[in-house]
Design a protein around this ligand. Structure first.
Ligand SMILES: C[S@@+](CC[C@H](N)C(=O)[O-])C[C@H]1O[C@@H](n2cnc3c(N)ncnc32)[C@H](O)[C@@H]1O
Length: 267
């Protein structure tokens, strides 16, 4: 069963303007997704990123992946994000790394991308599209901006093969501020509905579960630092929330997937 919660884009950007972005960076590093740099490289290789590729990262956050793609693949990257603090940090770190000629960030909503149609070689997303209220419109936008013959590749947190109860969903979605979650097949259907050819799908259940176990152990390990920086209340919420996600992952009720698709040439 799928669940829907009334979280708006403002709820998400308020959270990322505040402690949420900092806390996730403490746990995950500046690639704010499961697996860090290694996963960015894996997705880039699957998508065939080459020197000169023009990549759009939808929900680019701190821009860790954008800079990695520019530095290691000589790609040009445009990051779009809705949170001002994330854009400011991403821009400052990019200047510090002297990558501003290759990497640009724009304020924008994934549901109305400030990007021209048919202009992007590779549309990219990592562990962030779970925040988007309307997944159907999101995929439509991703396909709109992609060049004919270009690729769309992303990872995302999704529902697993075993069902969540309403009570479990309340805890998990509310902790993460997720308005809804897709499934492995759900994204496939949305991509195909937009005439894309789905080239590859992965259900990364074991990897997701072991990372959740790692993040739960890590937050307990750095408890004192977290309390000092964010207070006891936030520590309790974060530890409890990550524990709930870890347990749901262990029961295959939530997982993470990867999709690679191609927009047809003639479109
Ligand atoms: C988990 S972080 C993304 C991490 C990033 N993809 C990475 O791998 O480093 C989630 C980001 O999504 C952004 N976001 C959420 N909803 C959005 C929307 N509707 N449009 C644009 N950005 C959004 C948030 O501001 C936040 O920076």
């Amino acid at each position: 069963m799928n669940f829907t919660y009334d979280f708006t884009v403002k709820d998400v950007s308020d959270a990322y303007n505040g402690a949420v972005g900092i806390l996730w960076e403490v746990l995950m590093g500046e690639h704010i997704h499961i697996g860090g740099e290694k996963e960015t490289q894996r997705l880039a290789d699957k998508l065939g990123v080459i020197s000169g590729s023009y990549i759009l990262d939808i929900c680019s956050a701190l821009g860790g992946p954008a800079r990695f793609l520019a530095k290691n693949y000589n790609a040009s990257v445009l990051g779009v994000d809705i949170t001002q603090t994330m854009l400011d940090k991403a821009t400052a770190r990019t200047q510090e790394a002297e990558l501003q000629d290759k990497v640009e960030f724009r304020m924008g909503n994934a549901l109305d991308l400030p990007v021209k149609s048919n202009s992007i070689d590779i549309v990219w997303g990592q562990d962030a599209w779970c925040y988007i209220t309307d997944k159907s419109k999101l995929i439509q936008e991703a396909v709109r901006v992609c060049k004919p013959g270009g690729k769309i590749g992303f990872t995302d947190w999704i529902l697993g093969t075993n069902p969540l109860s309403k009570e479990e969903a309340d805890t998990l979605y509310e902790f993460m501020i997720f308005p809804n979650l897709e499934t492995v097949d759900g994204y496939k259907v949305l991509l195909e509905r937009n005439n894309c050819q789905v080239l590859e799908i992965e259900n990364l259940q074991d990897d997701f579960t072991s990372h959740m176990q790692y993040y739960h152990a890590k937050i307990k390990e750095i408890k004192d630092t977290v309390i000092e920086e964010f207070g006891e209340e936030l520590y309790k919420i974060a530890e409890g929330g990550i524990k709930a996600w870890k347990e749901a992952a262990e029961h295959k009720k939530v997982t993470r997937g990867l999709w690679i698709a191609e927009k047809p040439k003639g479109r």
